[in-house]
Ligand binder design. Structure first.
Ligand code: FAD
Ligand code: UDP
Length: 379
């Protein structure tokens, strides 16, 4: 008998496992994949830590979370500065003075702000009601057309005027020459890869891989007092109210016999015709060096193709629109009746969480389970 069975060894499951174990609870972690770490899993290829389930850059303003992850890994000083490639024209991301200068030839922040205002006015938008209107209000029509429209429609498989505006609010808009993609106090990549970090989090904890909770629910329910479930909430209820929608991603990964393919970790292809959304060149997350500081002769790249999730695919991004929000609330009501089970994480809560947010909610949940008190790490 265990106090807790944790279904999923991603960051939510691993954080709870660590906290509960340290509080003296007995814990078993299972994962249906053959590896730990969920979507932050990295695998070494040609001396390079390849982000197998998509590029992951750790960034946070939350000091408690930053101190927490630094217990398990040393973080390098990587700063995410993707480049946008629109039909061969290269632009800086996020939207900043370099982007505005390249797009319009403007030199000063006043000129850039005036240009955005002029385009916003011409589009006649007062209160943005969807992603398209929000984007035009933030950066004007030219940037929307070249850097947002095609990319977003490929990424989400829906027109921008049917998507919620919060998605685009994730991207900073700056009237400064600052290419840092995130507005975060702390940022970096764990040296040696995320898998090593999660391995450290799970140190001394029993983990069973290639083990699917759904293969023997009755058995798993019988061996623990409580279950922490981090898989998709609709899958738990056998899709009885219908499928929640997710976006899936297919990665085409290639080893190239050259040291440098694109000179940057991420290049976004923002036109509608290029079938992939972006190319990741993994070695640049660690400055092109191996752990001894030597240059790596080869490179590994991944092209990302976005698609609508269907049964059998990996669910990556919850589609947090109104329709899915309503369905999720219905599943949540069912989940609240499952007294033995706690639903958590990106799929368990159907929420577009970043890594730091997932760790924050897991730390709060652990405190609640151990001491019965609610705290505010995730606020
Ligand atoms: P997951 O990592 O998905 O873990 C869930 C685990 O549960 C999986 O290992 C799965 O195999 C297991 N599981 C599911 N069902 C079962 C079952 N029935 N039985 C057993 N095991 C099961 N965040 C950032 O902060 N920065 C980024 O740059 C960033 N980039 C991202 C890029 C992509 C492409 C994606 C999809 C996400 C990105 N994120 C990023 C978000 C980040 O991946 C998540 O916040 C985080 O990994 C979620 O952790 P989790 O534990 O909730 O879920
Ligand atoms: N986005 C865009 N062009 C880009 C990069 C992002 O239009 O070159 C939009 C797109 O809609 C995306 C959103 O901004 O879904 C948020 O981007 P982010 O990089 O945060 O997405 P992630 O892949 O991290 O979820």
């Amino acid at each position: 008998m265990y106090d807790f069975l944790i279904v999923g060894s991603g960051l939510y499951g691993a954080t709870l496992a660590r906290q509960l174990k340290d509080a003296g609870k007995s814990v078993l972690v299972i994962d249906k994949r053959p590896n730990i770490a969920g979507n932050v899993y990295t695998k070494k290829m040609e001396g390079i830590n390849v982000h197998i389930y998509g590029a992951h850059i750790f960034h946070t303003n939350n000091r408690e979370v930053w101190d927490y992850v630094n217990r398990f890994a040393v973080f390098n000083r990587f700063t995410n500065s993707p480049v946008a490639n629109y039909k061969g024209e290269l632009y800086s991301l996020p939207f900043n003075m370099y982007t505005f200068n390249k797009m319009w030839g403007v030199i000063t922040p006043e000129e850039a702000a005036a240009k955005i205002e002029e385009q916003k006015k011409a589009a006649g938008i007062d209160t943005p009601k969807n992603l398209e209107e929000q984007a035009i209000s933030l950066v004007g029509t030219d940037i929307y057309e070249k850097l947002i429209k095609g990319y977003t429609q490929k990424q989400w498989g829906r027109p921008c005027n049917e998507l919620p505006s919060f998605i685009i609010k994730r991207l900073p808009v700056r009237l400064t020459f600052d290419n840092n993609y995130f507005n975060a106090l702390y940022q970096g990549i764990p040296v040696g890869g995320y898998t090593k970090m999660v391995e450290n989090m799970l140190d001394g904890i029993e983990v069973k891989l290639s083990t699917d909770y759904f293969d023997d629910r009755d058995h798993f329910n019988s061996i623990a007092d409580k279950i922490i479930y981090t898989g998709p909430i609709d899958a738990y209820f056998e899709y009885r109210l219908g499928n929640l929608q997710y976006r899936s991603v297919r990665f085409e990964t290639e080893v190239l016999d050259k040291p440098n393919f694109q000179g940057n970790a991420a290049v976004n292809y923002t036109d509608a015709d290029t079938p992939f959304t972006r190319i990741i060149e993994h070695k640049w997350f660690e400055f092109g060096k191996d752990e001894n500081g030597n240059d790596l002769p080869k490179t590994v790249i991944s092209r990302e193709y976005s698609s609508e999730w269907k049964p059998g695919d990996e669910p990556y991004y919850p589609v947090n629109d109104e329709k899915n929000g309503k369905l999720y609330e219905e599943y949540k009501a069912l989940a609240e009746k499952e007294e033995k089970v706690i639903f958590g994480g990106r799929l368990g809560e159907y929420k577009y969480y970043d890594m730091d947010q997932v760790i924050a909610v897991a730390l709060d949940k652990a405190r609640e389970l151990v001491t019965g008190t609610f705290t505010i790490c995730s606020q």
